[in-house]
Design a protein around this ligand. Structure first.
Ligand SMILES: [Zn+2]
Length: 124
């Protein structure tokens, strides 16, 4: 089961690790399974940042149509491929637990879940 306190802690760790991206306290509402994808993306953006440039602030991190969406306030050219890579990766990773997942539609909701986290028919 998901532990809400741990989830908030883990999210806060990413915010604390990359304060320059989170200056404006943006929405950060995706599931914990995708936190490593967010972390990896921000590391790559920092590493590839054009010389002497500040990292752009994040506008929003959320789940949309079953996949991770990360929006920045502005973009450097090298970021588009990195963001796309992260968003594509999220469609193969369970949003809840981070295990290998599948993208599917359930009751009209698009989601990416592993077998364990996948909603069962009984819950519908
Ligand atoms: Zn899962």
């Amino acid at each position: 089961m998901l532990n809400a306190t741990k989830m908030l802690d883990d999210r806060q760790k990413i915010v604390d690790k990359f304060p320059r991206f989170f200056k404006t306290d943006p929405e950060f509402s995706c599931g914990p399974g995708w936190y490593p994808i967010v972390e990896e993306l921000l590391e790559k953006v920092l590493k590839d940042l054009p010389e002497g440039m500040d990292p752009p602030e994040i506008a929003q991190i959320k789940e949309k149509f079953g996949a991770l969406r990360i929006y920045f306030v502005y973009y450097y050219d090298m970021m588009f491929a990195l963001v796309q890579e992260a968003e594509c990766k999220s469609a193969q990773i369970c949003e809840l637990c981070g295990k290998e997942g599948l993208f599917f539609v359930h009751n009209g909701w698009w989601m990416t879940r592993c077998d364990e986290c996948r909603p069962t028919k009984q819950q519908t």
